[in-house]
Each structure stands twice: as C-alpha cells, then as structure tokens.
Design a protein around this ligand. Structure first.
Ligand SMILES: Cc1cc2nc3c(=O)[nH]c(=O)nc-3n(C[C@H](O)[C@H](O)[C@H](O)COP(=O)(O)OP(=O)(O)OC[C@H]3O[C@@H](n4cnc5c(N)ncnc54)[C@H](O)[C@@H]3O)c2cc1C
Length: 470
C-alpha cells in the first residue's frame, strides 16, 4: 500500500530529526519550481523535503526510499536551466545544503568540499593558496559544487584551453541510489588509468548516485590579460573563432561575444558608451606576466588580421570589469525584462557561421508564438552560442510557453545534430532525452537506460530525467 505524505515525513524525521524534514506547502512549492518558464503540475510537488547532514544520512533516506519505492530528487541550488532541477515524480527531495565541509590541503595540492558548498565560497577558500576553480557559470554565487560537478559544466571556460571541471576531480564521495556510500578516485595527483567510477559519476546528473564530497586539484591561478574587440557584425566574430582554430592558435581561457543587440543592452547597463556593432571579449592566460603580455600581443595581432573595427588590450581593471559585467547584464536583461527562451548550440567549429545563421532564422520565424526578438551571446571560443527568442512581456500563457520551449528545443537540437554538437553546458537529460536518441541513436540511449538500471534497479534517483520530460 502506498504510504501517505504524513507517514513519509514521520518516518524520515526518525533518522534525520524533525528540524530537517519539511512538508509544508510553501517549502514544497519552492523545491518544485525551477527556472523553466511554465507552470508547475501536481506531480512536481514533493511529499517531503529533507536536509540530511552527511553521506550516512543520505544513505538512510535512499535505503528507506528503495524499501517503499519512493522517488528521490536531488536538489543542489536548483539553478539548472533545462528542467534538470524540477522533480518529475512525486517523492522526496534531498537537499544537499547541509553538506558544507570545506578543507584546503596545499601540501597535498587538493581541496575537498561538501557537495552543498556554493562555487563562490569554494573560490574564496582556495584563493589564498593562489588557486583557481575552473568552473565559471553566471550563477556561481548560488550554484553548488555538487550540482556543477554532477553536470560537469565549464560555463564561460573554453574547453580547449581549460578542460572540463571533471578533468580536475581527483575523487568523490558518492552515495549509490541503493544507499551504500563509496569513495572513488585517488588522493594522489596521479589519477587512475582505465575503468574508474569517478569518470562515470562526474556529469551523471544525479542518475547514478548522490555526490556528497568533491576532491579537486588546486589549479594554479594563472596571470591573465584582457582584450576587447569591436566588430560591425556578429558573423565577423564567428569567422575569427573559426580562423583561430583553423590556424591552430591557442584559444583564450574566456572568449565571449555579445551580438549587436545584447552589446547595446549590456554596455548601457554598465554605463559604457553603447557600441553600434557586436563585441568580443577575451581573457588570455599564462604562467607569468611576461608570458601573458606576449600571448596577448600575439593574439591581438591575429585579431587585427580579421577586420575588427578596433581591438585593444585592456589594462585598466575598472574598464575591463565593466566590459566583462556587460555580458552578465545582457543575461539579466533577457531573463528579467520579459519572456526568454534560450537555445544552446555547439556546432563543429568549421560550421559555426552556418549554425548561427540557422539559429537566427528559426528564431525569427518561430511558429509557436509571433514576433520574437532575436538576441544572442555566448562562450563563442568554446564554441557555444546562445540564441534567445525574447518578448518584452511576461504576459504569455503557460501553454504558449510550453509550445515555444518545445519548438526552440527541437530546432536547436536539430542544428546540434546536423553539425555534430551536443550542448556542452546545461546537461543532457530531462528535456533532452529525445535529442540523445536523435544525435546518438536508440542503441546509445538504451545503453544509458541499462547503466541506470545497473546502479538504480528501482529507478529511485532523479526519476523522470532520463525518461525525458517537458
Ligand atoms: C543566472 C544563471 C546563470 C547560469 N549560467 C550558467 C552558465 O554560464 N553555464 C552553465 O553551464 N550553466 C549555467 N547556469 C545553470 C546552472 O546554474 C549550473 O548548471 C549549475 O552548475 C547548477 O548547480 P546547482 O547547484 O543549482 O544544481 P541543481 O540545478 O540543483 O542540479 C542540477 C542537476 O544535478 C543534480 N544534482 C545536484 N546536486 C547533486 C549532487 N550533489 N549529486 C548528484 N547530483 C546532483 C540535480 O538533481 C539536477 O539534476 C546558470 C543558471 C542561472 C540561473
């Protein structure tokens, strides 16, 4: 017989304590909602929200959930953009907020952080050791290290320059979906070769286990030099990125662009003279200031062959701070000032221009809802371009929002499939299960289902994400 919500809460409180189990409506609503634009449904609401103290308590929650066949959804900070963060099946929410341990071991050249620690807090803790955290999402003040490693997103970081965060993970503490606690990886900087579970757990989107602790290399903070370049149009920036890779030039660690519209919005917001075209901003890195300067001059020389209106190395930290913030301000504008539906297109690098033109075309000719504005920006050196369908109003019916989401998703995924990309940031399940089948075929998808079954025979953890959901 199915247990009532009340009974579930009472049982959980026995091993977590009353204080850390919630079933009031407001809390349930907060944990059911994510940043997706359309409304909640009844099955998104959990029976109970839990805040376990450690891996052992998480193991108890999962053992109980398996005994009673109750789905468990993992919640980091819930900032994921493509539906990963919303519970899909009525059950228990497992919030990692109390996993707050933070230890830095400079003599071992690594740090260990509890899964619930915010990225900004990790960054601050390792900064005195001249170390850099190679994870750079716009949400870093609130996103957790556990959530970020479980998605394996580098965000602003250019993969070819910095690798993925998972490349720096030495080991993990993980609670398996059936409740057992395991340790993976190594404390040595020499990582295991061959079959090794760390590699499976990094980026597993909570399908194969709950990451409770992350051990990560202290990556030396490099010296940096910044360049800003102004172009007539976005296409000139894309052509520059294509040429950079064609010539085998070492890419900057950050290489962002703002199109003609978002550059105006972003620059105005930070109090800079709005440019009349598109803007590229780059951050180059090296071990020492001389190396950095030489690299920046070399890169500037390369950029100048590509016909910018102007390009300069920006030594003034205040000006650079404003230029860099204009990117976040453009993002704030599209997400706050109206209704926004984003795509993530990551084509083969020689197809960047084609992919951009096709993205703009489908957004400007959207069938689901009339007259969107096309706005784009992104981590173009990665290469990632985000094309947004934007309406300067919040007043769009929920059903229309679903239709727009579906259309933007299907059309951007078709472009990714056509040009060999996969979406390199926001995770690959939840809203993207159909894409996995389209891009990699049914056999690939079935292999993922089999893997999930091997780890989670009762399909307890993050149920609904691998099945695909809107
Ligand atoms: C303003 C804003 C800017 C953003 N910018 C970027 C960006 O530039 N690039 C980018 O890639 N993303 C970006 N994001 C998306 C998101 O912030 C990141 O993906 C972030 O890393 C998610 O962290 P989180 O703690 O919120 O995870 P959540 O959203 O809570 O979880 C993400 C997924 O991981 C699972 N999960 C969470 N914690 C664990 C754990 N400990 N063990 C196992 N599974 C777990 C969850 O169940 C869920 O499936 C942005 C979001 C916002 C709101």
């Amino acid at each position: 017989m199915a247990l009532s919500g009340k009974k579930i809460k009472k049982d959980l409180a026995k091993f977590l304590g009353d204080k850390y189990v919630f079933d009031d409506k407001p809390t349930n609503l907060v944990y059911a909602k994510d940043v997706m634009p359309y409304d909640l449904e009844e099955h998104n609401l959990p029976y109970a929200v839990t805040r376990p103290a450690d891996a052992a308590q998480i193991g108890q929650v999962l053992t109980y959930a398996n005994q009673h066949q109750i789905p468990v959804h993992i919640h980091g900070s819930g900032t994921s953009l493509v539906g990963l963060a919303r519970p899909k099946a009525r059950g228990i929410v497992l919030d990692t907020a109390r996993l707050q341990s933070m230890e830095v071991y400079p003599e071992r050249s690594y740090f260990e952080a509890g899964a619930g620690v915010h990225l900004a807090k990790v960054r601050a803790a390792i900064a005195p050791h001249k170390a850099m955290l190679p994870i750079f999402p716009g949400s870093e003040l609130v996103a957790t290290i556990g959530g970020s490693i479980s998605v394996n997103t580098s965000a602003h970081g250019v993969d070819c320059a910095l690798g993925k965060p998972g490349d720096y993970v030495l080991g993990l503490e993980v609670v398996l979906p059936t409740g057992e606690v395991i340790q993976t990886g190594t404390e040595s900087l020499r990582r295991p070769a061959g079959v090794e579970l760390t590699k499976l757990m990094v980026g597993c989107e909570g399908l194969l286990g709950v990451i409770t602790k992350v051990r990560m290399r202290l990556l030396p903070q490099p010296c940096t030099a910044n360049i800003v370049a102004y172009y007539d149009k976005t296409e000139d920036i894309l052509a520059t990125v294509m040429e950079m890779y064609r010539q085998g030039i070492s890419p900057p660690m950050f290489f962002e662009y703002l199109d003609e519209t978002s550059s105006r919005i972003g620059f105005e917001a930070v109090g800079l003279e709005p440019p009349s075209g598109a803007v590229a901003m780059m951050c180059l890195h090296a071990d020492n200031p001389e190396g950095c300067q030489a690299k920046a001059e070399h890169f500037l020389n390369f950029l100048e062959q590509g016909n910018p209106r102007s390009a300069e190395i920006t030594d003034d930290p205040v000006r650079w701070g404003k230029v860099w913030s204009s990117r976040a301000e453009a993002g704030n504008y599209v997400y706050r000032q109206g209704s926004t539906f984003g795509s993530e297109v990551t084509p083969r690098v020689d197809k960047l221009l084609d992919a951009f033109q096709e993205t703009r075309h489908f957004i400007e000719h959207l069938e689901a809802y009339a007259s969107p504005q096309f706005i784009s920006f992104g981590h173009i050196g990665a290469p990632t371009l985000h094309g947004y369908a934007f309406w300067p109003t919040k007043d769009i019916p929920s059903e229309a929002k679903r239709a727009i989401t579906l259309e933007v998703r299907a059309k951007s995924e078709a472009i990714n499939a056509k040009y060999g990309g996969c979406g390199g940031e926001w995770g690959l399940t939840a809203q993207r299960a159909d894409f996995l089948k389209l891009r990699y075929g049914p056999e690939y998808y079935q292999a993922l289902v089999n893997l999930k079954k091997a780890f989670d025979p009762n399909n307890i953890l993050n149920r609904g994400n691998l099945e695909g959901w809107l």
